[in-house]
Ligand binder design. Sequence first.
Ligand code: SF4
Ligand code: SF4
Length: 261
Amino acid sequence: MSDETKEFLASLPELEEGRTYHFRCHPGIGCFNACCSDLTLVLTPYDILRMRRALHMGSVDFLCAHAVGHRDPGTHFPAFQLRMTDSENRACPFVTPQGCSIYADRPGACRMYPLGRATSPDGEGGVRERFFLVREDHCMGFHEDREWTGAAWKRDQGFEDYTASNDRYMQLLARVRETGRSVSDKLSHMAVLAMYKLDEFQKFITMMRLFDRLEVDEERQKAILTDEEACLDFAMDWFEVMLFEDETHLHDKGADNGSAE
Ligand code: SF4
Ligand code: SF4
């Protein structure tokens, strides 16, 4: 999580565990779609995987059409935001009069809205999560009857599917930040390839014969080359090896880990 995001969440009221809020969003509400424009919407690797899959787009085409890339000023790690349209209100490219056209695969931040979610290590290898209420004046959903805890909202919105990958990614970023150093240009490019261009990364794995140098069992190898979710999981393992020589998630057999560093 970037410092800006942390600051933003810290400025919001926390929805403490067990506390509830009223909310319902539906096509009949007067503000329908009001929140789907002029956004700074950071996309995680898993968000991009889901959106691309829904749109049947290759990663290069998707990133060109729908993402704006930048590098974190401190770590130089790559990050992407959803590209809004050039319309007067900078609408999201996926909003339609009927709602979100990629609803089943909408990004995690859209799912959690009107909550923000922050995580921190729980000391036992997992994460502790906290929820914050984003109460914007234009949002009429808070006047509705349905009542939610943060955990119930997360479940209802299908965010559970995003948790493992997003939390792992956030931990990786936090680890990079803790080093106090920025990553090289080459590693930054590799991070884009491995985490945001999974279809290209699968080709790279084969071309560079990565599995000749890494200890990955055969079943997992097959999954990595055919299933982008397995490939993203591997990409994060591989990055931990390259950045920190940490083989906790993956046993590296040789000195060469496939990086061109
Ligand atoms: S502003 Fe609130 S109630 Fe209105 S569409 Fe967005 S989330 Fe739903
Ligand atoms: S992806 Fe869907 S839910 Fe998210 S801002 Fe765009 S239209 Fe709205």
